[in-house]
Design a protein around this ligand. Sequence first.
Ligand code: HEC
Length: 172
Amino acid sequence: MLNTILKNKPWIIVAVFGAAGLAGLSVPLINVAVDKPVAVPPQELAGKTQAFALASPLLQTSCLPCHSARTTLPWYAQLPIAKQMIAANMAQGLNEFNLEERLYTEGKAPSAHTLEEIEDVLTKGEMPPLEYTAAHWNAFITPAKKQIVLDWILEERAALSKSPALTSGVAP
Ligand code: HEC
């Protein structure tokens, strides 16, 4: 049986193994094409705490791709089907929660509400969505990374409660 196939259509074997190989490779290959990081101008970090300096790169890698209007789409997002899926996902994320605006653009301390929303999705493990981390391993929030972000939230919260006069200058 195999002999006959090999004799008549040897290219079938090549095609089958080729397709399986490509499918197996495609996920790791997507990881090689790391997204361009969302650049945050240094002055936005000035005056921020050490805890934020540690948490910020994690938020930029794991959250901002879908919660910032400035994200540059990765190359494979230009592929026809991927484009629609990724664009829809990003638009929805941005629509629900504009993290860049709240943390980086306003230049103000994040509100208690923003801190609570971030804490909530992190502790429940809801964000980043699994579909995303499956293809972007660097965006996966490990327990250690989660702790860094939670430490920053605690610090911001403590600062907020200490200076009630600042609340008027707090971002949404
Ligand atoms: C792949 C894109 C993507 C990434 C990356 C991502 N999100 Fe989201 N996010 C979404 C989408 C889509 C929604 C709206 C649908 C939903 O709630 O599941 C959303 C909703 C939210 C919401 C509001 C709704 C809710 O459940 O409270 C918050 C807050 C949030 N994301 C925070 C984060 C944080 C923090 C990170 C990083 C740790 C992150 N997201 C990473 C796509 C993303």
